[in-house]
Design a protein around this ligand. Structure first.
Ligand SMILES: [Zn+2]
Length: 63
């Protein structure tokens, strides 16, 4: 099972890889800083129920 997923930063548009943990739930919502520009984002993480592939969408967060 993959424990990493790619996301596209809501701030800088760069694609980056982040670690994900399916044991925390099939749908997760958390705040993390972009690894490229270090600005905070809301992450929405959804695991596929068949192959557990992860899909991440992001929204910019202020401060
Ligand atoms: Zn960024």
């Amino acid at each position: 099972m993959d424990t990493t997923a790619t996301y596209v930063c809501a701030w800088c548009g760069q694609e980056s890889i982040t670690e994900v943990d399916v044991s925390q739930g099939m749908r997760q919502k958390y705040i993390e800083d972009c690894q490229v520009c270090c600005r905070p984002m809301q992450f929405f993480l959804v695991f596929d129920e068949e192959d557990y592939s992860a899909t991440i969408s992001t929204e910019p967060l202020d401060g």
